[in-house]
Design a protein around this ligand. Sequence first.
Ligand code: GDP
Ligand code: MG
Length: 177
Amino acid sequence: QIDSDGGIDYMFKIVLMGDSGVGKSQLLHRFVKNEFNLKSKSTIGVEFLTKTVVMDHKVVKAQIWDTAGQERYQAITTAYYRGAIGALVAYDITRRESFDHVEKWLEELKIHADKNIAIMLVGNKSDLSSTREVPTEVAEEFARQQDLFFTETSALDSTNVESAFHGLLCQVYENVI
Ligand code: GDP
Ligand code: MG
């Protein structure tokens, strides 16, 4: 049951952050379209995708911004962060370096984004557990220290993708109401 009659009650701008290659674009496509692009080079210049969800009887439109590879050159513009009230910061569980860089991405958020921004830390590629370099407990502990929400996902097999975005959107919702 929805309170509003067809309209959008809330619009949330969410930004994706994290090193190049961790799976940000695939996570977004999995969440919004339930697709995994096997042969995409995924530098398709899409700025954002939207998905409408119902939360607490309200219609929430999530506008989720993806980078077009600028993260490789630390060239994310301030426009990217402007108005964002949620961030999904991703690393690749098989690349320790991408986890070590999470702090750098959090620092970027601290500098450029709203100070009340909700942040979800996501360890992606959980399907590749045989080549894991970041133990779950290490990331959990880091998330606890930084006061972040945390989950591990696989854009490839869909594990936890829906719940990661949902958890983030719920947190954003809590912050705005
Ligand atoms: P981005 O640079 O962070 O946007 O990363 P992409 O979404 O372009 O993904 C980078 C590479 O990782 C691509 O080859 C994807 O197919 C692959 N990839 C993304 N997510 C997953 C995943 O959950 N599991 C596996 N095995 N590969 C993934
Ligand atoms: Mg990408």
